[in-house]
Design a protein around this ligand. Structure first.
Ligand code: MN
Ligand code: MN
Length: 336
């Protein structure tokens, strides 16, 4: 069982930085959940710096404790979790970098380990989606972001942090019929830009509408949309208002607070997520308290808790089946 080092043996401000003071383990034996960095910002269109995101998230994560009272679940110590290090990149060359990221994430997925990526700008998600779909088939997606990331091209080129989900849909690694994106706001180029999601067949919930939904009502819509198949959860920190998350590449005013954003994440239990990421942390633009990196670390912790909740529910279901000998094991055991 891999878990964080004991904070009473070595205080939290000591030791080499890994996510939540988990052991750095380059192999995958005995691992169920792997946190890793995707240190890349060659896909940004405005402010760069997200290549330093994983390092900042690791530093901000040192205070995370094993039990999550908001989701009422033991996170560390219940699920064998590691920091798997950083994926390789080729600075400045996105078409050389995406396959390297994909290979790195692909080895995690092939080992049956659930992946938790730390960006990196949002272009890294295309590599993760390709890698996971190669193992699990086309994925459902829950995408929280101020932006749709559904643009076709930038500078007449296809790969960028604003084109990720259009590429993923075109490539068939994401099923738009099982995708929902929420939190969208900010200026556009033309009225028809608001129809991008509908044109591509996915569901979009602008922040103005999301702000009027309870987290549970949002999660009910998300669960209905993505169904029971394998899914990916992508959280772009620019979802959150720049008052709380200034350290990001393309900030948009008037978004949710940190609390509202965390409540949205916590509500998304009961979905079969095989991979997660938190992207677009740009430490050079962060506040003096590194609050963007801290929010990103906390979101990742809530994602780990969602996974731990699913495991706990699955185990309970397994025990019920073993005791009664009834039930459809495949259905129930795979429910997260
Ligand atoms: Mn994005
Ligand atoms: Mn964004």
């Amino acid at each position: 069982m891999h878990q964080p080092v004991d904070s009473l043996a070595t205080p939290r401000f000591t030791g080499p930085r890994t996510f939540a003071r988990l052991p750095y383990v380059p192999t995958l034996d005995g691992v169920e959940a792997a946190v890793f960095g995707l240190p890349w910002d060659g896909g940004t269109s405005f402010r760069a710096g997200a290549r330093f995101g994983p390092e900042a998230i690791r530093s901000a994560s040192a205070l995370l404790r094993p039990y999550n009272p908001d989701q009422r679940v033991q996170v560390f110590g219940a699920v064998s979790t590691i920091d798997h290090g950083d994926a390789p990149t080729v600075p400045g060359y996105i078409e050389r970098t995406l396959p390297r990221l994909q290979d790195f994430v692909g080895s995690i997925a092939a080992a049956g380990v659930v992946s938790f990526g730390m960006g990196g700008d949002h272009s890294v998600t295309l590599a993760e989606l390709r890698a996971l779909a190669a193992v699990h088939g086309p994925l459902g997606v829950v995408h929280l972001d101020a932006h749709s990331d559904l643009w076709d091209r930038y500078f007449d080129l296809p790969y960028n942090h604003g084109t990720v989900f259009r590429r993923a849909i075109e490539e068939g690694v994401v099923d738009p019929g099982r995708m929902v994106q929420a939190g969208l706001r900010g200026s556009l180029y033309a009225p028809e830009d608001e129809a991008l999601a509908a044109d591509l067949g996915l569901e979009a919930i602008p922040w103005r509408e999301l702000a009027g939904l309870s987290p549970e009502a949002f999660a009910d819509r998300a669960r209905a949309r993505v169904g029971t198949g394998p899914c990916f959860f992508s959280f772009d920190v620019d979802l959150v208002d720049p008052a709380f998350c200034p350290g990001t590449g393309t900030p948009e005013c008037g978004g949710p607070t940190s609390f509202q954003a965390l409540e949205l994440v916590r509500a998304l239990h009961g979905i079969d997520f095989r991979g997660f990421d938190v992207v677009e942390v740009s430490p050079p633009y962060d506040g003096p308290g590194q609050q963007t990196a801290l929010l990103a670390a906390t979101v990742l912790y809530e994602m780990l808790a969602l996974h731990a909740r699913g495991r706990a529910d699955g185990s309970a279901a397994d025990r019920r089946i073993a005791a009664t000998g009834v039930g459809e094991l495949d259905d129930v055991a795979r429910r997260p």
